[in-house]
Design a binder for this molecule. Structure first.
Ligand code: AMP
Ligand code: MG
Length: 408
C-alpha cells in the first residue's frame, strides 16, 4: 500500500505528452490555449473617446464657462475627418475616434447646448482627459495571451478582438468508461432482488463533464475475464480507460488479472486512503487505465484524487486539482489511523474563517449521504481523533460554488 502522495506522483509522472487541436473561438471557453496570441494591431486602433461629450482643446476651456463653435460630429463607426481648430469643438460619442487637434473630451453632462452650432462648456478639463490613446491597451505584436491561459469568457473576447479563430488549444483526452459487476443493471431497467442500478457510470461521466472531458460509455462488463478483456481492449482505442468495480480482493474481482493478461504496466494497486483503497493505476504505452473501486463514494473520491489531476493536466490546466481550505472542524471525528480519510462535509466560510462540518453518512456505499456534501474533510492518516474546533483541511468539490445546503 502506498501513500496518496506517492500514488499521485506515479500518476503525474506517467502522463503522456499533451496534444493540441484547433477550435473555433466560439467553442473555446473552458479550454486552455496552446499558442501565444499576439496583437494584430494596436488596441484601441485610434484615440478613442471614453465618454459622450465634446472633443476640444483643453487650453480653450482653461477659463469657464466658455462658448465653443461645434463644427461637426464623431460617432462610433463614423469619425470626423478634419482637425479641431482653436475655439471649436466636435460632438463625440463613446467609442468614437477623437479628431486631430483635440486633446481632451469634456463630458456632455458638463456642457450646455444653446444651439446646434455651439456648446457652452461649464468646467475645464485636463489635456488627455477621457481619451484612451491608440495602443494604450495593447501594441501591435505584443503577446496578449500566453500558452497555458484558461479561456474564460474574457479571454474569448480577447481572441475575438484580434480575430483569432480558430485557435490552438489543448485537446482533452478521449476517455472510455466501463462499469463492471454481475449485479449491475442500467438505470432504465428494474433491478431484480439481487441486482442494483449502475450509478458509477453516471457519477464519473458527470465528474468528467465538470472537467470538460467527454466520455464514451462502453457499458457494463460482467465479472468475467473474457468480457472484461474485450471491453478494455475496446477502451484502449481511446487515450484513457476508466473502470469502476472489480478491483478488490473478492473472488470475482478480475480487473487486475485482466490488466496483467493484457500486458498493462500496473503502477499501483492499493493506496492508503479511505475510501478508495483498492484504486488501480496502469498504463499501456501512452494510454492510461484507472481501475476505481466500485463503492459509489470510493469511485467518486478516487476520481477526484487521481483521475481529475491527470486528465485536467492533459487538458492543459496547470492546477486542475480541487481547491483545499483549512478551517475548524464543526464536530469531533474518530478515525482508525493508517489511511487518509475523505469524509463528506459541509464547508462554509464564516467571518472567523472556514468551518468544516462532517456530515452523517453510512460509509463508502452511501452516495445518498455523500450527495449532501459540498466538500470532504481530509483526516490525515496518522490522526486518531479530531476534536470539535480543531484545525482540519477540506477539499472543496468541483461545483462547490453553486451548491446549496440541503435541509437535514
Ligand atoms: P466491487 O468493487 O466490484 O466489489 O464493488 C463494491 C461495491 O460497489 C459493491 O457493493 C457493488 O455492488 C458496488 N458497485 C460496483 N459497481 C457499481 C456501480 N457501477 N454502480 C453502483 N454500485 C456499484
Ligand atoms: Mg464488482
Amino acid at each position: 500500500m502506498i501513500s496518496i502522495e506517492e500514488a499521485l506522483r506515479l500518476v503525474l509522472t506517467n502522463l503522456p505528452p499533451l496534444r493540441t487541436e484547433a477550435v473555433s473561438v466560439r467553442q473555446a471557453v473552458g479550454r486552455v490555449i496552446a499558442e501565444a496570441v499576439k496583437a494584430d494591431g494596436d488596441v484601441p486602433p485610434f484615440r478613442r473617446s471614453a465618454v459622450d461629450g465634446f472633443a476640444l482643446r483643453a487650453a480653450d476651456v482653461a477659463e469657464t464657462p466658455v462658448r465653443l463653435r461645434v463644427v461637426g460630429e464623431s460617432r462610433a463607426g463614423s469619425s470626423y475627418a478634419h482637425a479641431v481648430e482653436p475655439g471649436t469643438a466636435v460632438a463625440i460619442m463613446t467609442g468614437a475616434p477623437v479628431p486631430e487637434g483635440a486633446d481632451a473630451v469634456q463630458l456632455v453632462e458638463l456642457t450646455d447646448r444653446p444651439g446646434p452650432d455651439e456648446v457652452v462648456v461649464r468646467q475645464g478639463v485636463k489635456s488627455g482627459s477621457h481619451i484612451a490613446p491608440a495602443g494604450s491597451e495593447a501594441r501591435r505584436g505584443e503577446t496578449v495571451l500566453e500558452p497555458g491561459r484558461v479561456i474564460g469568457p474574457a479571454e474569448a473576447a480577447v481572441l475575438a478582438t484580434f480575430g483569432r479563430s480558430p485557435v490552438e488549444v489543448y485537446r482533452p483526452p478521449r476517455v472510455a468508461l466501463i462499469a463492471t459487476g454481475d449485479e449491475l443493471v442500467e438505470l432504465e431497467e428494474t433491478p431484480r432482488r439481487d441486482q442494483i442500478r449502475n450509478s458509477n457510470a453516471t457519477s464519473v461521466a458527470g465528474q468528467l463533464q465538470l472537467l470538460g472531458v467527454p466520455a464514451e460509455y462502453l457499458g457494463i462488463a460482467r465479472d468475467d475475464p473474457g468480457d472484461l478483456k474485450e471491453r478494455i481492449v475496446e477502451g484502449l482505442a481511446r487515450d484513457v480507460v476508466i473502470l469502476t468495480g472489480g478491483v478488490s480482493v473478492g473472488e470475482y474481482d478480475f480487473v487486475k488479472a485482466v490488466f496483467d493478461e493484457l500486458g498493462l504496466e500496473i503502477l499501483f494497486t492499493r493506496v492508503a486512503m479511505k475510501p478508495g483503497k483498492p484504486t488501480v493505476f496502469a498504463r499501456q504505452g501512452e494510454k492510461l487505465v484507472f481501475g476505481l473501486p466500485g463503492n459509489p463514494v470510493s469511485t467518486f473520491v478516487a476520481f477526484e484524487n487521481f483521475v481529475r489531476p491527470a486528465l485536467g493536466r492533459l487538458c492543459g490546466l496547470s492546477s486542475p486539482d480541487l481547491p483545499r481550505v483549512r478551517g475548524t472542524s464543526g464536530a469531533e471525528i474518530r478515525h482508525v489511523p493508517g489511511r487518509t480519510a475523505f469524509l463528506p462535509a459541509w464547508a462554509a466560510r464564516r467571518e472567523t474563517g472556514w468551518v468544516i462540518e462532517p456530515l452523517d453518512w453510512r460509509g463508502s456505499g452511501d452516495i445518498i449521504g455523500f450527495a449532501r456534501a459540498n466538500a470532504t474533510v481530509i483526516v490525515p492518516a496518522d490522526r486518531a481523533f479530531i476534536a470539535q474546533g480543531d484545525e482540519v483541511e477540506a477539499m472543496l468539490l468541483a461545483d462547490f460554488a453553486w451548491r446549496t445546503r440541503p435541509k437535514p
